[in-house]
Structure formats: C-alpha cells, structure tokens
Design a protein around this ligand. Structure first.
Ligand code: AMP
Length: 442
C-alpha cells in the first residue's frame, strides 16, 4: 500500500516523500480513508505508531479541497492535546505535512504570554493545536471563534481526562458547532473515555491497531527491585557500568526530579530536568537539548510522558513507578518508536508493589525482574503477576537471584540477549488499583 493509493493529494505526497515516509503505518492505512470520507473516528493506537499523520493528512486535505477561507479569529480545524510539549510537537508535524499547502497552522498553550497568541489569531488559522485551558481563555476573550470549526481532534484524550480537563472539554464541546467531524485518539481507552466518546462522536469508526493498553513490542521491559533509599546510587551505577548514552528518566514528583538532576550534576553527569514548575521556555530548551544529544540524561515528571517524539531514544528509566498505570504505557512509549528497538527499566521498591501489580494487570504481562548484584533490596518487593495478585511476601534471599520469568540470569548478558519480555498472561482479573476516572488537575 502507498500513500497515493489512499487518495492523498500531490502536495501532501511530496511532503511525505521529503520526510521519508514510504509506506502508511497501520493506523494511517485505516484512519486516512475514513477521515477523508468525513467519518467520526475513535482510534486506539500505540504510541509512536504515526497517529499524528493518521489524522493530520486527511484533515489537511479536506481543508484544502473544501474551503472556504478562514474568517478573522476563526479556526477551521481544532486539535486538542493535553500538554504544551505535545502541542508544539503535533503542530510541528502538521506544519511539515502542510508545507506545500496554502493553509495556516498555529499552536496555543498556557505557561507563555497570551498576547502574542491573540495577535496571531486575529487573521484566523486553518488548523489550531491547543491545550484546553488556554484555548478556553482565548475563547472567553473572543480571540478565537468556533463558528467555522468543521473538525475537532482529541489527541491523547485519556490523558486530558487524567489531567482534569474534563470540565474544559465540556465547555469547549458546548461552544462548538453541532455539525462537525470528531476524531478521538488515545493510546489507552478507559471507561471514562468510552463514555466521552459516546457523547461526542457520531456513529464513529472504531480503529484498534494494537492490543489495548500495551506498549510497542519493540520495547524490552524489565524491573530491577531495589530499596527506595538506594535508587539514586543504583541509577548512577547502571549509568556508568551499562554505558548509557541517552536516557529519559521519569520521577514521581517535581522534587524528585530536582534532587536526581542535582545529584547527577554533582557527579559530573550532563543532566537536566523538566516538570510543571519550570517555565515553558526552560522546559522546551531542556527538551530540545536532549533531542539534540546535548543533554545526556533528561529527568521528567509525567508532564513529559505523552506524545514526545525523540528520534532513536534507546532507553527509558522509571526511577519511580507512575501512580496511574496507564502512564507506564505512555512513558515507555517514548522509546521503541517507528519500529526502532527500545529498553524500559523500572527501579521498583517494596512500597511500589501495588503500582507494579496494576501495571502488570493493565499491560497483561508479568514484568521480568532482574536483580542487580550488590543492590539486592533488604525490603523485598512481593511477587506479582498479571492477574493482579500480590502473590506473597518473599523472605530475605540468601543470594541474588532472578525472579518473574524464571532462572538465574546475569543482568548484562540478559540485556544483550534477544529474549523477549515475559509471555503475556491471558487471564486478567480486574483489581481496583489503577484509577481510570478523571482526577484533579495537577
Ligand atoms: P507519532 O505516533 O505520530 O508521534 O509518530 C511517531 C514517529 O513516526 C514520528 O517520528 C513520525 O515522523 C514517524 N512516522 C509517522 N508515520 C510514518 C510513516 N508512514 N513512515 C515513516 N515514519 C513515520
């Protein structure tokens, strides 16, 4: 299959050619014809599967063919995303796809001055990428008008709910024209998202290109059990002994990010951090420098977990496990993108056993555990599996061993092997450990 056979216009095909996209990815192959035909869409796609082009290409084509020109302060297509970083990234992709088209595109998000955004919106914008809070601010100040909106895209919809945007989404939804196309994308589909979809979508085509709630199979995942107080020491040890080149590290709190960054910097490691307390410009600079390999270790809270596309990122480390199990899938989805191989290592202490169990239930797999010599935890991490059971509290071991996948293994050797992560377990029992409902804004 080619992009031309999906019925895309020549200016789009030329843009794809110059980006080196030869063959549509599965989500693109399904989404593009449906969106071109004007259908609503509910798409569950793994991170890194090319879903941005899946909605952006047909959307740009429809705008080009259909006219009319955009009115002052008007918008013809609205793409809602949960975070500022994702807004920048999605906008950048759309800009690249639209390079040969007579369409204007722009991104608005909070954390930066609103005035330049108001100025820019005066002439109207064909495609506007926005975070919900700032979009509503602009709408309330009449800087943006929704009368011309013909397509609404919700990207990472579940994350928007997780971040507490459900009220904003409701307000935006109420202000939009009733007759429009709606495309809902998400890597994970919780019950609250399905109910949102029920309210917003009209006879949607459901696309599910991958098993639900799973990371790309190209990501090799494992857990290293360790005592909480020794996590930083273990991280430094692995950084040195495994000769890690570029690592995206996730920590639970802003404080945790700052502490790890300053510790690494004291050790002479080129590290930087991003979290919600830092100004947007600082966050973007740290991310850009990390992407350009000018920063070796980027430590982030979950604000950076979604959608970020970093070329050939080899490794994600969960310094802390996420509170919400779905975030695990998104975090590790930063590696192994576009078919590349990736590794995801989680440093897990005994306190995090419930989070680990919830992740294993969600992803329907028992994560392999590999202990690191000299870092075997005093507080053992109880055994878990994909049924959601915390199996038992193991006794203190006499010597290091590997559990959750069987047999003794040497960490270094296992890393180099092609052995996949533990087989998936079919029987899934729901445990109320992970919260799928909307939460308070962070
Ligand atoms: P996304 O899931 O939209 O963030 O895309 C993940 C990565 O895949 C991005 O770097 C895209 O540029 C790239 N990509 C998307 N579609 C294709 C394609 N058909 N061929 C090659 N690369 C692609």
């Amino acid at each position: 299959m080619t992009f031309a056979s999906l019925g895309l216009l020549d200016p789009l095909l030329r843009a794809l050619d110059s980006l080196g996209y030869a063959i549509p990815t599965p989500v693109q192959a399904q989404a593009i014809p449906a969106v071109l035909a004007g259908r609503d869409l509910m798409a569950a796609a793994q991170t890194g599967t090319g879903k941005t082009a899946g909605f952006a290409l047909p959307l740009l084509q429809r705008l080009t063919l259909e006219g009319p020109t955009v009115a002052s302060n008007g918008v013809r297509a609205l793409v809602l995303v949960p975070t500022r970083e994702l807004a920048e990234q999605v906008h950048e992709s759309i800009r690249e796809y639209a390079v040969n088209l007579p369409l204007s595109t722009y991104a608005v998000y909070g954390g930066v001055s609103i005035n330049p955004q108001m100025m820019k919106l005066r002439k109207g914008v064909d495609v506007l990428v926005a975070t919900p809070g700032r979009l509503l601010d602009l709408h309330r100040q009449n800087a943006v008008k929704f009368g011309q909106v013909q397509t609404l895209v919700l990207d990472e919809a579940d994350r928007m709910l997780d971040l507490g945007f459900s009220e904003e989404l409701r307000d935006i939804y109420a202000a939009l024209p009733k007759k429009r196309q709606t495309l809902l994308f998400s890597a994970t589909f919780s019950e609250s998202i399905r109910s949102l979809a029920g309210q917003m979508l009209d006879n949607p085509l459901s696309i599910e290109v991958s098993p639900r709630n799973q990371a790309a199979s190209s990501v090799k995942q494992w857990v290293i059990p360790v005592d909480k107080k020794r996590k930083a020491e273990l991280f430094s040890h692995l950084l040195e002994t495994q000769r890690w080149t570029q690592v995206l590290v996730f920590a639970k709190t802003r404080n945790g990010v700052d502490q790890l960054v300053s510790l690494l910097q004291q050790q002479g490691v080129n590290a930087d951090g991003i979290h919600g307390d830092k100004p947007q410009a600082t966050r973007q600079r740290a991310l850009d420098r990390f992407k350009a390999s000018e920063v070796q270790i980027l430590v982030a809270t979950d604000v950076a977990a979604r959608g970020l596309d970093i070329d050939d990122l080899p490794l994600v480390v969960n310094f802390d496990l996420p509170i919400v199990a779905e975030d695990y899938v998104h975090r590790i989805g930063r590696t192994g993108r576009a078919g590349a191989l990736g590794q995801a290592i989680s440093l897990v202490c005994a306190d995090e056993v419930d989070q680990l169990a919830a992740i294993e239930v969600l992803t329907r797999q028992t994560l392999k555990r590999v202990e690191q010599q000299d870092f075997e935890p005093e507080h053992r991490v109880p055994l878990t599996d994909a049924s959601g059971q915390v199996l038992k509290k193991p006794k203190k071991p006499k010597k290091p061993k590997v559990v959750g996948g069987g047999g003794k293994k040497n960490l270094g050797k296992w890393l180099e092997s092609d052995e996949p992560a533990s087989p998936q377990v079919k029987a899934v029992r729901k445990v109320p450990l992970f919260n799928t409902g909307p939460k308070k804004k962070k």
